[in-house]
Every structure is written in C-alpha cells, then in structure tokens.
Design a protein around this ligand. Structure first.
Ligand code: BES
Ligand code: ZN
Ligand code: ZN
Length: 491
C-alpha cells in the first residue's frame, strides 16, 4: 500500500488523537459531547495498544475520531511514537479509513519534546507497517485492501518537519526493501539473484556495485566462501557496494548472505528448516542501509560487503574435518558444516581489514544460541572497543532497535582452538555459542580496527507480536536503521 504523509490539509475524515494514560488533552475539548460518555462506558484510560473509533456529530472537518492510548507518560519515548503510529495504521485499515489527520503535538511529552524526531519516528512506523508480503499469492479479484492512505501530519508550532518526514520515509522504505528480499524463498532468492537485485537497485545511484563470481572468488583466495558453496549447484557471489560521500577512510558494513542454510552434511533437523531462507538477513540489512545512506546523501564513505552462498549437502559439499583457508591465510577446521556463516564472514572480514577502515560492523544470523540468550527483542552485539559500544547503544536508542552487549573474552578464543588448523569452527566447550562464534570472527579482523559484530538470529524475523510495525513471522528489516545511524556518526 502507498502511504502519503503530507503537511497540507486535504479532506481528512478521521481525526487521530493520541493520549497518555489518564490524560484528556485540550484538542479533545470540542468533541467532549461526542466522546466523553462513550469513553466512560468502555472505561478507556489511554493504556498502550488500546483505541476507540467514533463518529463525530458536531465537527465540520472530521467525520470520525480515533483515540489511541500511549500508556504511562513517564515511560513514553520515541519508540512509543512508532508503536502508536503502527497501531493507528492497523486501526485505520480495519475501519476502512483512507485519510487521517494527525496532530504532532499529540505525542509531545516530557521525554519526547523534539517535534522533528516525533515526525521521523511516526513516518517510519507507518511506512514500515505498510509493507505486506503478498507477492507470492495470486492476486485476489476483489481486493478489499485500501490502495492508498493519506496521513496529514501537522504541527502547531514547527513548520520544518518536512525534512524529518522525508528522512523517516527513506529509512522505512529501505527497511521494507530489506524485508522484501529476505522474505523470498530459497528457490527464488539465490546468491546470483541477490547480486542482480542489488545491482538493479543501485543502478542509477551513487553506489558503485561490483559482483565477484565463483572464478573471481577463487582467484581472490576466499576459501571460506568457496568451501561453503561447494555442496550446492548455485554459485557463490561476493558483492561490494561502495558509496563515497566523503574522502575519509571508509566505514565497512558486512552482512551474512546465506540464501538457504540446510546445515550441509551436518544437516539441520526438519522442524523450521524452512526458516533458514532468512539466513541472509545480515546481507539485506547491509543492502538496505547502503540504499538509505545514499538517498540521505550522508557525507561518509561507506562500503557494504556481502558474501553470499547456499549451504547444501550436495556431493561436493564440505565434510566435517575438512580444512579451508581464508583470505587472510588462516586455516579453519570445519568440525560442523552448519557453522558456515562464520566461514564466509571470515573472507569478508579479511577483505574489509585490508581497506584499513575507520570501523567494521557486521550483521549475521549467526547462532541459534543468541535466541536462547536474548529472545526476539534484543540484538546481541560483541565488541572489545568501548567507544564503539557507546556509539552502538546511542544508535540503538535513537532507532528503537534494541541492542544488548554480550561478552567476548580470551577464554572464548581458547574454546575454538583447533589441534590441526589455526582455528576450529565450533567450540570445544558447551554453552556461550554466540560468544565463541564472535571469537571466531575476531581472527579475521586486524587488531587495531574497531569492530563490532551483531548477531541478529533472534531479531531478523519471527519477532512475534512485540513490534507493532513488524509482521510477526516474516523478516523484520532489523539493523537497516541502526546501520544508517552508525554511518551517520562517521560524517
Ligand atoms: N544460521 C544458523 C543460525 C540460526 C539457527 C539462526 C537457528 C536462526 C535460528 C547458523 O548457520 C547455524 O546453524 N549455527 C549453528 C552453530 C553451531 C553448529 C555451532 C547453531 O546455532 O546451531
Ligand atoms: Zn548453519
Ligand atoms: Zn547459517
């Protein structure tokens, strides 16, 4: 669905008013007669995720009013704006409303004073909500869905929210692009299709996209990426996206692009194996972020790197015990072919280090263990650099994508020692699987480069009903907005 968020008033029909728990804001005064009794009757208090939709009898401009609860004022923040905006979107659709009039001041509380930030968060939420994964279904003849929704966002005081609306739209559209690619099933999204899609999307932009095929990957000594791809007839790809918004050293974003992870010879159990089509969500986060960075015109030099492969148990597949050599010369003992993400990231991180960047950030659906540790709401991150950790917390705070730091220590490094190669791809100890995976990746990043790894296995899809603007089962687009925010800090 198309969503237009405009400042100019049109023939709005529904007035959307957002209220904190126990409050009755002034804007509601003219409609007291219409609403007071009903609110009392249904005991509407302004709790989070609650709403009422009522006809108005004595208003010239609006036919209906929608009142939405924001919860306690004390705990309301910009992420609350997103959640409420998404709830409004759903309710408008449910009531078949095409136009809504939203007053920005509805959201101003003691923790949310910045009107621009409100406008940006609100726009993000509505556009994120508007993404629907319906391209694999035969179109219904009688499409009841609204085709377009007009939301008029207006403010009494501030007239400069247009830029904020524009930025919010760019970020959410990029996240929706990431979701769309990630939702494709494995048969329709292979490494070469992914590379083509990215090439297509970056065609008329300032992003220079280069794609390496199998031959080139071999020539570039990317033994991890090559090794993982051997069990599949689908060739691997290494995708490089470069945006030079400044002459400074680059910031590099790396994303795991496993278009399907069957586990390989160490085959996964059948249950939920279909979800392994999402094992490329790190790569889509990078691609989405790069698109947004370019559209926003950030004055930063950013490179996106995507190693992409299938992990299948074909006749040439890696076998447990095989040894692969990564681009930086280190050898990796493949004790479990299902721990393949780290093998392809090894080459990408080695390549990234050669560029002597200001920082490297990677996102990967790397371990099932992170789901056990943090569930579906927090992305776990690992870094030994305090400054970077601070930056990451700040970025997460700004975008509402919640992050939590987990330990990465020399004990984790000794857990992945190999008797025969430089490093083993699984731990010799039980537990801390996400930390030992991070310790593996660390082998491929130059010591003096600030680096952080995000394990998004819990947050990239299947976020249940926690985030109002995300499909509960499909891809969430996580990290697109946080990556952009991080890139912003290197301007
Ligand atoms: N792609 C998976 C991680 C994963 C598992 C993400 C379940 C989301 C849900 C990764 O390649 C993998 O299989 N990791 C193994 C590592 C193990 C063999 C050390 C895992 O987590 O079980
Ligand atoms: Zn795996
Ligand atoms: Zn995987």
């Amino acid at each position: 669905m198309k969503v237009s968020i405009k400042k100019t008033k049109q023939s709005e029909k529904t007035l959307a008013v957002f209220i904190c728990k126990g409050k009755f804001p002034e804007v509601l005064n003219p409609y007291k007669k219409d609403i007071q009794n009903v609110l009392k009757e249904i005991d509407f208090k302004g709790n989070k995720k609650t709403s009422v939709f009522l006809p108005l009898t004595n208003s010239k401009s609006h036919k209906y009013i929608m009142i939405l609860g924001l919860g306690e004022e004390n705990s309301f923040d910009y992420e609350g704006v997103r959640q409420a905006g998404a709830k409004m979107y759903k309710e408008l659709k449910r009531h078949n409303q095409k136009t809504a009039d939203v007053l920005v001041e509805s959201f101003v509380t003691k923790h949310t004073k910045d009107v621009n930030q409100i406008c940006q968060a609100f726009t993000e939420s509505v556009i994120l909500s508007s993404y629907k994964c319906d391209e694999f279904k035969k179109p219904k003849k009688e499409e009841k869905d609204l085709k377009e929704l007009f939301i008029c966002l207006s403010s009494n005081k501030n007239s400069s929210c247009e830029k904020a609306v524009k930025e919010g739209a760019i970020l959410a559209t990029a996240a929706n692009f990431a979701k769309r690619l990630a939702n494709y099933p494995g048969n329709l999204m292979t490494p070469s299709i992914l590379a083509n899609e990215i090439q297509e999307q970056t065609k008329n932009t300032k992003i220079k996209t280069t794609v390496w095929d199998k031959k080139r990957i071999e020539k570039e000594k990317m033994g991890g990426l090559l090794g993982v791809s051997l069990g599949s007839p689908q060739e691997p790809r290494f995708i490089i996206m470069e945006y030079k918004g400044s002459a400074k050293k680059p910031v590099i974003l790396v994303g795991k692009g496993l278009t399907f992870d069957s586990g390989g010879i160490s085959l996964k159990p059948a249950q939920a194996m279909d979800e392994m089509k999402f094992d490329m969500c790190g790569s889509t986060a990078v691609a989405g972020a790069m698109l947004a960075i370019e559209k926003l015109g950030l004055k930063a030099h950013v490179i996106g790197l995507i190693p992409s492969s299938e992990n299948m148990p074909g006749q040439n597949a890696n076998k447990p015990g095989d040894i692969l050599k990564a681009r930086n010369g280190k050898t990796m003992e493949v004790l479990n072919t299902d721990a393949e993400g780290r093998l392809i990231l090894a080459d990408a991180l080695s390549y990234a280090s050669e560029k002597k960047p200001q920082a490297i950030f990677d996102a990967a659906t790397l371990t099932g263990a992170i789901i056990g540790a943090l569930g579906n709401l927090f992305t776990g991150f690992f870094t030994k650099n305090e400054n970077l950790a601070k930056k990451i917390f700040q970025a997460g705070e700004k975008t509402g994508e919640r992050v939590w730091r987990l330990p990465l220590t020399e004990e984790h490094t000794s857990d992945i020692k190999s008797g025969i190669a430089d490093v083993a791809n699984i731990s010799s100890n039980r537990g801390a699987g996400s930390s030992t995976a991070a310790a593996f990746l660390e082998h491929f990043v130059d010591k003096d480069i600030p680096w952080a790894h995000f394990d998004i296995a819990g947050t990239a899809w299947n976020v249940h009903n926690r985030l109002e603007y995300c499909n509960p089962k499909q891809a969430s687009g996580v990290m697109v907005r946080t990556f952009v925010e991080l890139a912003r800090s290197y301007q």
